[in-house]
Design a protein around this ligand. Sequence first.
Ligand SMILES: [Zn+2]
Length: 142
Amino acid sequence: MPFFYCMYNKISDYLFHMEALTHGEAKRLWRKSIKDSWNNCCAYCDGTPITDKSLTIDHVKPRSNGGEDLLSNVVPADRHCNQMKGSMDWREWFKMQSFYEPWKEYRIEYWLQHSVVLSKEECLEALWINHSIDKFSEFVAA
Ligand SMILES: [Zn+2]
């Protein structure tokens, strides 16, 4: 199994070039593409862009709990958020933070499933539509 088995979706663009790269280079490009997708911002607190090494790759499900190096399990996080979260469940931890907002949770959720970072507007729209569907279902069921 080649070392770049974890490259898929958007990163598939890199695959062709991966074969010429060392494991370290491939890993660096993989991490960079994740950060680029998020404009170098922490997925949790959404602060100012971070272009140095203090922007880390957070394993949503910690590696200590069997979380893998897959796009469906990683988000960029600044050191502070990454350390605070530790090995807690990301949703539980996130909802306790002052910077928590439902649209940000949705944005992470969407990224983990589709490897796409939605805009705030797209998240709010999706949440509003889901909310409306729930309300409609309640209305029909009543
Ligand atoms: Zn943060």
